[in-house]
Write a protein that binds this ligand. Structure first.
Ligand code: NIG
Ligand code: FE
Length: 433
């Protein structure tokens, strides 16, 4: 009896004081949410609400579904008129490098091709010379500007490749800079070892020897130092053959590392098929990929990474096979490919626009390309890339009528606020960097 009274009394008190069962850190109420959580479209929830606790999204739904007696929040934000999206993800960059290649830009303006410049020792090798000579601090300082520019646009997860060292010390230096960028800017950095970007001058004419050294010494040491999250290679006539790529990838797999590949950018070497056979997370570029290769990608669940910046700078005329990607239901990611030669672009928003204008993607596809599908390309879809309870609280908040404006208008939008793991990283008007 006493028990029953105590029980009833307890409920009464809870009811009276609206005692919550959960305490959230922040809740935004009345916003339009683009959850990017379903199989198609942007997953719009009108008049929505989203709550964050600690580093995670705690709740997502409509305002009507919020039962006020079940929760309380340290901060409650009236978000009417705002759109909330996941943090953006740039899944393919080479943004740690020294020097610039504006001289080659000028050469291309007068008719020289990327391949010709590369064969004359320019291109990637000219950035290798500059990057080898640069101090770690100056590399960090320059890369920081590029990463900050991306972050100011809402990028909270960033893939960064090595590949301008092509010898152990410089590859390690680049990867350390990538890690330090993540810590300095509070963005998530996924590092990719791209020792197989091109053949270094020391090994000219001896590509197989370089591949052997890479597999036996460079890669294992970089992994031992905890600097490698994944492995990439440039499979192309001017770089590594499919057979060499296969060797590099089997070394990577033995070390338990995920793979991604620069595939079929300038010619069709069946790189995308190789990526599929070896279980890569993504095959990127793909302008020249064959139908057969794409079918293999579909069968193995490989993400297509489209890089409109490189297509644009190289004035490529062969479009990536967007229609076939759609037909085969291959997820499409979009990335800046930020690098000094073929895509000196530190703007994911610009690249989303290019993906629409140049490749014919819809705005929904472009938005998926920098959120859920970019997360898939990095093997992180369980943890980020959409607004869903339990995922990492990486959010961007925008004053927009509709998120498709992020694709249709250039230079007009910045997020009002960028949040990573529940913490505000920057607000509109903050001084970058
Ligand atoms: O993704 N294709 C190889 N790598 C880069 C180009 C790098 C460079 O030219 O420095 C790319 O386009
Ligand atoms: Fe690239």
């Amino acid at each position: 009896m006493l028990d029953t009274i105590a029980h009833a009394f307890g409920y009464a008190v809870a009811f009276e004081l609206h005692m919550p069962t959960t305490v959230w850190d922040r809740v935004w109420i009345g916003a339009d949410l683009a959850t990017l959580d379903g199989d198609i479209g942007i997953g719009h929830i009108a008049d929505g609400a989203i709550a964050v606790r600690g580093e995670q999204i705690a709740w997502v739904g409509t305002r009507d579904q919020l039962r006020t007696f079940e929760w309380s929040a340290r901060e409650r934000i009236d978000a009417r008129g705002l759109w909330l999206l996941p943090g953006l993800i740039d899944a393919h960059t080479h943004l740690v490098y020294a020097g610039d290649r504006s001289d080659e830009f000028a050469m291309r303006q007068t008719g020289a091709s990327y391949e010709e410049i590369a064969r004359r020792g320019g291109g990637i090798l000219s950035t290798v010379r500059a990057t080898r000579a640069a101090s770690e601090e100056s590399l960090l300082q320059h890369a920081r500007k590029r990463a900050s520019a991306l972050r100011a646009e809402g990028v909270t997860t960033l893939e960064i490749k090595s590949g301008y060292g092509l010898e152990l010390e410089t590859e390690l230096k680049m990867l350390r800079v990538a890690r330090r960028l993540g810590a300095d800017l509070d963005v998530s950095v996924v590092t990719t070892f791209l020792g197989a970007h091109t053949i270094p001058p020391e090994f000219a004419g001896r590509a197989d020897d370089y591949v052997a050294a890479l597999c036996a010494e460079m890669l294992p040491e970089a992994v031992r130092q905890g600097l490698v999250d994944a492995v990439d290679a440039f499979c192309e006539h001017i770089a590594f053959s499919p057979a060499q790529t296969r060797r590099i990838f089997s070394a990577a797999r033995q070390l338990g590392l995920p793979l991604r590949l620069h595939a079929d950018q300038l010619s069709d070497l069946s790189g995308a098929a190789l990526a599929a056979e070896l279980g890569a997370l993504s095959a990127d570029h793909l302008e020249h990929a064959s139908t057969e290769s794409l079918e293999k990608m579909a069968a193995h669940g490989v993400v297509a990474g489209l890089l409109p910046g490189a297509y644009y700078y190289l004035r490529e005329t062969k479009l990536p096979p967007v229609e076939q990607l759609r037909r085969l239901r291959i997820p499409i990611a979009i990335a800046t490919d930020c690098n000094p030669g073929t895509s000196p672009i530190a703007s994911l928003l610009l690249v989303m626009n290019m993906a629409c204008v140049l490749f014919g993607l819809t705005a929904d596809e472009a938005l998926r390309g920098v959120t859920c599908n970019a997360a898939r390309a990095l093997g992180l879809i369980h943890d980020r890339g959409s607004l869903r309870a339990g995922k990492r609280a990486d959010l961007t908040i925008w004053s927009l009528r509709h998120p498709q404006q992020l694709c249709s208008e250039v230079g007009m939008h910045r997020p009002d606020e960028v949040i990573a793991a529940g913490r505000t990283l920057c607000r509109r008007g903050d001084v970058d960097g």
